[in-house]
Write a protein that binds this ligand. Sequence first.
Ligand code: HPA
Length: 279
Amino acid sequence: MLVAVDLDIHYARIQAAARAIRDRRPETPEVAVVLGSGLGDFASGLSDATSIPYGEIPHWPASAVVGHEGRLVIGRTQSRLVGALSGRVHFYEGHDLRTVTFGIRVMAFLGVRTVVLTNAAGGINTGFSRGALMVVDDHINLLGASPLMGPHDERFGPRFPDMSEVYARRLRELADEAAAAMGFPISHGVYVALHGPSYETPAEIRYLRTIGADAVGMSTVPEAIVARHMGLDVLAISCISNMAAGVLPQPLSHDEVMETTRRVRPQFRALLEGILGRL
Ligand code: HPA
C-alpha cells in the first residue's frame, strides 16, 4: 500500500518526465493521442515532429507487447500540435495502475487539454462486425482496481471525482461529423475493461452483454479515469478487431487483432485527423 512519501516520489517522477520532454520540445501540445495495438502509424504522419523513445524519458514505462511501439512523438497535424503516445503499458503486464496512467499525468502537466484514447477491442454487440470503429460513449470498469486507489494527492485532482460524463459529448459529436465527412459508418457503445491477458470465455461475454457492454478490451479505462481526474476532455475510439468469444464459431488470437488493426489503419488515421481538424 502507498504511503505519503511515495506520493511525493510519484509526483516528482511525473515532473521530471515532463521537464525532460519540455527540454526536447518546449512548445505545449494541445492534444494527447494514445495509440493502441497496431494503431501506432498515426504518429508517423505528424509533421515537424520530435520523436522521443520512452526509454529517454525518465521513469516512463515501456511496453513489451508485440504491436506496441514505445515512443512519444510531438508534431503537427491539421495545424494542431499533438503529443502521440505510440504504445502503452497494460495492467496485465504486471504494472500497477499508477504506472499504467503515468503518461496521462505527464501530458496533463505539460498542458494538454484533450486526450484521445484508441484501442483494439472485441465486439460484444452482435450488430458490430470486425473492422468497425466505435466511439466510446461510456465505460464499465471491471479491472477490479482504480488508478485513483491509495493515499490521495490533492495536486492531481479530487478524492471522489465525478464520472457522469467521462467521454465528452462534444468530442463524440465531432467524431460523428468527421466520420460522416469521410463517408464511413461509425458506431457508438459502452466499453468494458477487463484485466486479461486471457481473452474472455463465451459465458463471460454473455454476462458482459447482459450488463450493457458493447465492446471489451484491456486498456483505456484507467487512462480515461486519470484524464478526467485531471480535468481533461476525453474521447475514446475502439477498433473492433475481432468479434468477442463465442459470437462466432472460431477461436480468438492476437494475430487476428493485429491483422484487423493493420487493415483499418488508414481509415483510423483519417478519422483521427478529421477529429483533430474539428477541435
Ligand atoms: N477481448 C479483450 N480484449 C481485446 C479483445 C477481446 O476480444 N480484442 C482486442 N482486445
